[in-house]
Design a protein around this ligand. Structure first.
Ligand SMILES: NC(=O)c1ccc[n+]([C@@H]2O[C@H](COP(=O)([O-])OP(=O)(O)OC[C@H]3O[C@@H](n4cnc5c(N)ncnc54)[C@H](OP(=O)(O)O)[C@@H]3O)[C@@H](O)[C@H]2O)c1
Length: 316
């Protein structure tokens, strides 16, 4: 058992906890999941062709799952699948094409998938983006909101019949420690006003993910779905290299590997007993959702954002 005080010190120092230092220390106290923990399970991972998503797909396959790799570009997906098959011989991994930011595409994907996958044990919403300028989707939603919040909510909702058919269904939302810097953008959920900054848009949408997690847990408890949000720490991935080159230069060798950053998502999917629903996790432990007083919000503000998101995906 890892000493709680040391764990919290690592977490509060940020650099200590989020880099590879944090996981290197904590890992000494972790047990590996049973090698067949996911045998017989089917899990869907979005953004599975790159970085952390690819590592989650490999991790799930390594534990025996059939992994549905949801990607927006089939060729990039096939290349990632080939790498996973090299690393995990005999892995059961298949490519599914879906752009999670495009709600029409999400609907088409779910309609196509449901008859083929009668029971779905986990959905890991990993796909992520940090748009360099304000970009809107076909439906007119700001891209990071659509990718991190609207698409995942709609996709999960549409896949509920398959999740409901699994014995212990789980949903993981890949958020970010960046969300600690932002409150809920109650008055401007689509980031229409003010100077647009991709990192702010990203952090706001990641905050919304975490804020909605208890509400989603409550909504999907009817189907016994466990919902977890998490952050992976700081990892050296293609996304970080492209979107945050300065940060990558600064943190360099301290960054985690993608596999290291994927650990908690795989653990949340595979661990027994089932983790409590509606919480925010990092390195296999529940974490606070606020460090700054300025990010706190009222129940009424949370409800405003929740109702907006439900309406945006056509659920009210
Ligand atoms: N790396 C970190 O330090 C870090 C820290 C905190 C949180 N995260 C989160 O971890 C997740 C993975 O990030 P990463 O660092 O591994 O980034 P990455 O290497 O850029 O991978 C992101 C993946 O998401 C996919 N994607 C983006 N938009 C999509 C869409 N609309 N539909 C389907 N797939 C889409 C990308 O596909 P394409 O290849 O087609 O672009 C790619 O496969 C993200 O949610 C990110 O916010 C990462």
């Amino acid at each position: 058992m890892f000493p709680t005080v040391l764990d919290e010190v690592l977490d509060r120092t940020i650099v200590g906890g989020y880099t590879r230092l944090g996981s290197a220390v904590r890992r000494r106290f972790w047990s590996p999941p049973a090698p067949d923990a996911l045998t017989g399970s089917t899990i869907l991972v979005t953004g599975a062709n790159s970085g952390i998503g690819k590592a989650i797909a490999a991790g799930g396959a390594g534990l025996g799952a059939t992994v549905l790799m949801a990607v927006r570009d089939r060729a990039r997906g096939e290349a990632a699948r080939a790498d996973i098959l090299d690393a995990v011989p005999g892995a059961c991994v298949q490519i599914e094409r879906s752009d999670v930011s495009d709600l029409a595409d999400v609907r088409a994907f779910a309609a196509d998938l449901l008859p083929r996958v009668p029971a779905l044990d986990a959905v890991i919403h990993n796909a992520g983006v940090m748009p360099p300028q304000r970009t809107t989707t076909e439906e007119g939603h700001e891209l990071s909101l659509a990718t991190h919040v609207l698409g995942p909510v709609l996709l999960t909702e549409l896949l509920l019949p398959a999740l409901d058919a699994a014995t212990d269904p789980r949903v993981v939302l890949m958020s970010s420690g960046g969300m600690y810097t932002q409150g809920l953008p109650v008055g401007d959920i689509e980031y229409r006003t003010g100077e647009y900054r991709g990192a702010i848009a990203y952090a706001r949408s990641k905050r919304i993910q975490v804020a909605l997690t208890p509400l989603l847990a409550h909504r999907w408890a009817v189907q016994s779905v466990t919902v977890a949000a998490m952050h992976p720490g700081w990892a050296d991935t293609p996304g970080v290299a492209t979107s945050l080159p300065g940060f990558r230069r600064l943190t360099g060798p301290l960054l985690r590997t993608a596999a290291d950053a994927a650990d908690t998502a795989v653990w949340l999917t595979a661990v027994s007993p089932t983790p409590p629903s509606g919480r925010f996790w990092h390195d296999r432990a529940v974490r606070p959702v606020h460090y700054l007083p300025s990010t706190r919000y009222s129940e009424a503000e949370l409800q405003t954002v929740w109702q907006y998101c439900l309406a945006a995906v056509g659920l009210v």
